[in-house]
Design a protein around this ligand. Structure first.
Ligand code: XMP
Ligand code: MG
Length: 186
């Protein structure tokens, strides 16, 4: 069978660059938690998008880590935020724990603001956030992540966990979809 043509119009972050940046983030997080005297972290991973990132980041983190995943809904359709972010399913168990939120992309900020508040309300001892991508142009609600992999241009991106309609999460790199495959308005 012939290899399928790439669905990407351009590659923004190649796999090797992601891999080395994720290792740097893990080192930064280890150093920071050391300084804060924190031993065990509870990773709260925003599924499904952050699963690839979390798998690589947490395996590179030389610390005891508890793993919990949460599902958040902020997008009414495939690509446009409805303005509401809510938890779908059970709340994570974080009382007294030092939490590291792991998220694929910080865009409007609605998801992380809602999740952060929810974790503090659940009694988390501390909350830090690691995002692979930060898209400052999309912000509707101020939020600053503690650890950012890359600043992302104002484009709809897929790959390495990021999807369009459930597709392309398994691409090893991150890039912009070919025009004819893009969601309307992008
Ligand atoms: P906020 O609330 O910050 O939420 O807008 C971030 C969530 O929105 C999704 N998102 C994207 N997903 N390509 C994607 O595949 C993108 O360019 C993109 N921008 C935002 C993503 O699910 C993230 O969890
Ligand atoms: Mg997501």
């Amino acid at each position: 069978m012939p290899a399928a043509e790439s669905p990407l119009a351009s590659v923004l972050f190649p796999a090797a660059r992601i891999a080395s940046r994720v290792r740097e983030l893990a080192d930064d997080i280890a150093r920071e938690t050391d300084l804060a005297g924190i031993d065990e972290l509870t990773a709260v991973v925003v599924a499904d998008g952050a699963l690839m990132f979390a798998a690589d980041l947490l395996r590179a983190l030389p610390r005891p880590v508890r793993f919990q995943s949460v599902k958040m809904s902020s997008y009414g359709g495939a690509t446009h935020s409805s303005g509401v972010a809510r938890l779908i399913g059970p709340a994570p168990e974080v009382n007294g724990r030092h939490v590291l939120i792991v998220e694929d992309i910080l865009d409007t900020g609605l998801t992380l603001n809602a999740l952060h508040a929810l974790l503090l309300a659940g009694g988390a001892a501390s909350v830090r956030t690691a995002v692979l991508l930060d898209k400052p142009a999309g912000r509707r609600s101020p939020y600053a992540a503690d650890h950012v992999g890359f600043i992302c241009p104002d484009a709809f991106v897929v790959g390495y966990g990021l999807d369009f309609d459930g597709r392309y999460r398994n691409l090893p790199e991150i890039g912009e979809l070919r025009r004819e495959l893009r969601p309307a308005g992008h």
